[in-house]
Every structure is written in C-alpha cells, then in structure tokens.
Design a protein around this ligand. Structure first.
Ligand SMILES: [Zn+2]
Length: 256
C-alpha cells in the first residue's frame, strides 16, 4: 500500500478483474495472448484443474476442455492423485485430478451428466453453509453426487477469507464444515480447500495447523504449478479455470 494513486490504481485493477470474472469469455480473450508461448503439458506432472459454477451455456465448453485433458493423460480421483504424490502410483506423463468449489446447483444439472458421459471422477469442495440456499445444491443433491462415485471435501462453512478470522472462528469454519458434511452424507471428509486459496493473503500457517488438527489429510491452495511425487498433500496446487476460456487461456494455467 502507498500513495492514494497506488491505492486507486489497485482498486481499478480489482474492479477490472471482477468485471472480467463476470464475463468469462472476455476474461479468456484477455488471458489468451499470455498462453501463446506456453503448451499444454506433455511431460510427467500432476495437475489439479478446478472450476466453480458451470451454467448450462458452458456445458459444451466444459466437455471440450475435459476431452482435451483426457487426450493428454488420465483424469484420476483425489485418492489416486494422493497416491501419486506419496509414490504409491507411478506418474509417467501428464495426469489430471478435477475439482469444483462452493456448492453450485449446476453441479447437479450440468456437471454431473458430463462427468458421467466422459466417465471422469471429480471432487466437490462444499461450502457447507451454502447447502440448501437458492442457486446451490441440497443435501439430497449432494448424496446423489456421492452415490454416483464422486468425492466430497470441505470448503469451510461460510466461505470467509480465513486469514481475516479469529482463532475460534477459523476452527469452526474448518472443523465445523467437516462434521456437517460427514453427518449429512455419511462419508468421511478428509480433504480441505481454502477459500480464495492464495497463501500470500488468504491463509497461513495457522490454517494449515488447524486443518491438520481437524483430521484432514490434504489442503488445497490456488497456487498453480504442476505437482510431482514427494510433494506434500498439505499443499495441493490447483489451476482455476473457466469453461468459457479458449485453449490459449487454459494454457496460461495448465502447462509444462
Ligand atoms: Zn470458493
């Protein structure tokens, strides 16, 4: 932070970024030139592409992106990805592990049919307090996704920026959502994704400690680099994508 000019410029950048997020095709076109000299992965590396809401108008785009990943290497479950990191499963080329954040109704109506069609497993990081709210899944929807073979992780109760919360609130958000999802779905929840996910601003060592204490085995960030055998499951690096992005924009996030 510095002079009022710096602050103003920063606010303008944030404004531009949120306007672009609301218009994902435009955002993809802005990102694309930076992908010109990058290529989709061809060497051994574990990638964790993730998405949020997938409105029906982007169904074809999501299918196209997942097919592209599938041509490069297998799309594996979260369990299998952790096996790769632990060295229990080989990593011989690009490998992808798909996840979705928050709790969008489109997971039921748009995402699940595409995953079934392509036979791709996914992990859904659920903000437990959103369940049953307008535009979000009900617990019954979540049980259907679990019955279809998909996996659930926790994404807190209310989606705060954890770094801004007190110790008790952070514990409630991290452990409370685990218990809530476990009670509602009857499955064990051992994987956590931090809201916003940037270690520079959104979480720190305290959150990692609370997550371990609560009994989780993995912690997902939004850092983007490919992962390899021996990397920590408590520092999963994921690549945030939007299905509306053209291939060049995807390559700014998922590349060798
Ligand atoms: Zn989120």
């Amino acid at each position: 932070m510095g002079s009022p000019t710096t602050v103003k410029r920063r606010l303008n950048e944030l404004g531009l970024r949120s306007r672009l997020r609301a218009r994902p095709r435009a955002q993809g076109r802005v990102l694309a030139p930076a992908g010109m000299f990058k290529r989709l992965p061809t060497t051994a590396g574990l990638y964790f592409p993730f998405y949020h809401d997938v409105p029906a108008e982007y169904a074809g785009d999501l299918r196209r992106q997942l097919r592209t990943f599938g041509r490069l290497g297998p799309l594996v479950s979260w369990d299998d990805a952790l096996d790769v990191l632990a060295g229990r499963r080989p990593l011989t080329g690009p490998m992808f592990c798909l996840s979705f954040d928050d709790g969008h109704l489109s997971w039921r109506d748009v995402v699940a049919p595409i995953l079934a069609e392509l036979d791709v497993p996914a992990t859904f990081f659920l903000t437990s307090g959103l369940v049953g709210r307008p535009g979000n899944l009900t617990w019954s929807d979540c049980r259907d996704l679990a019955a279809a073979g998909h996996h659930f992780g926790s994404h807190t109760v209310t989606h705060p920026r954890l770094a801004d919360t007190g110790d008790d609130a952070a514990r409630r958000e991290i452990a409370g959502s685990k218990w809530e999802i476990e009670d509602a779905l009857g499955v064990e929840v051992r994987d956590f994704a931090a809201p916003y996910g940037n270690p520079a601003v959104d979480f720190g060592g305290r959150e990692l400690r609370i997550v371990r204490e609560a009994g989780y085995r993995s912690f997902a960030t939004t850092l983007r680099a490919a992962m390899h055998q021996g990397d920590s499951p408590m520092w999963i690096q994921r690549q945030g994508l939007h299905p509306a992005w053209p291939s060049w924009a995807v390559r700014t996030r998922v590349h060798d």
